[in-house]
Design a protein around this ligand. Structure first.
Ligand code: NDP
Length: 244
């Protein structure tokens, strides 16, 4: 039987590439979405491209919703072996203008979600002696970003979580790692005004935005058996924009 991978927010730009990569690698792939209505069109589009995925509605900011989603996946697909915490949002604004609503939304979706979802699956991974937790953070969690106190805090927090949990489950065959992408050409980045985007690109040594498939390629390695000695790390994949 094939291993099961769950990618939160898998219908987004990076998430879709990750789902496809894991499917090509032989995983049964499940994903979550929080805004119902688009899932059938996405599933149909993927099917036309030769991919079969399993979609579950779940607002990852809600612990109860994550409990229900995990029960459903377990009963329909079996235990989850690889978890990619990928769901994320931005709500930018300088700290002076940052209100509590936008703070809570970004911390809830990017950071609380990592607790809510990982909690459902990591014990079972440890009991079975193999598992992979991969957290999608951001370059802006590594270096901070003007106008993103909420997002930078959430993404930096993800890596603190990674380092702590990695130590707790290392002996059980479960690895926990963070990937910190730089600017990737998805809707999230294409929504940035063109002049700002072009300015960002001038600061990237490879002189272009990253591709979702380039993030998925790294996921492919981390989800495999061969990555078992790598845990608690934060892998920067940013075209050389921030070297650490
Ligand atoms: P997208 O906006 O394309 O996708 C984000 C996904 O998150 C969507 O599928 C969305 O699903 C899901 N999501 C948002 N809120 C929730 C929620 N409450 N519950 C469940 N799912 C939710 O973004 P990207 O593909 O660009 O980003 C993916 C990840 O990569 C994010 O964590 C982002 O922070 C990170 N990242 C992206 C970079 C980039 O340049 N694009 C750079 C660095 C990091 P739905 O619409 O159904 O809610």
């Amino acid at each position: 039987m094939s291993k099961v991978a769950l990618v939160t927010g898998g219908m987004g730009g990076i998430g879709t590439a990750i789902c496809r990569q894991l499917s090509q690698q032989g995983f049964t792939v499940a994903t979550t979405y929080s805004r119902p209505g688009r899932e059938q069109a996405w599933l149909d589009e993927q099917a036309q491209a030769g991919f079969t995925f399993h979609a579950y509605e779940c607002d990852v900011t809600s612990y109860e919703a994550c409990v229900a989603m995990a029960e459903k996946i377990r009963s329909e697909l079996g235990e989850v072996d690889v978890l990619v915490n990928n769901a994320g949002i931005t709500k930018d604004g300088t700290f002076k203008k940052m209100d509590k609503t936008n703070w809570d939304a970004v911390i809830g979706t990017n950071l609380d979600s990592v607790f809510n979802v990982t909690k459902q699956f990591v014990d079972s991974m440890a009991d079975r002696g193999w598992g992979r937790v991969i957290n999608i953070s951001s370059i802006n969690g590594q270096k901070g970003q003007f106008g993103q106190t909420n997002y930078s805090a959430a993404k930096a927090g993800m890596h603190g979580f990674t380092m702590a949990l990695a130590q707790e489950v290392a002996k059980k065959g479960v690895t926990v790692n963070t990937i910190s992408p730089g600017y990737i050409a998805t809707d999230m980045v294409m929504a940035v005004p063109e002049d700002v985007r072009n300015k960002i690109i001038t600061g990237i040594p490879v002189n272009r935005l990253g591709k979702p498939e380039e993030i998925a390629g790294l996921i492919s390695y981390l989800a495999s058996d061969i990555s078992g000695f790598m845990t608690g790390t934060n892998l920067a994949i940013n075209g050389g924009q921030h070297m650490c």
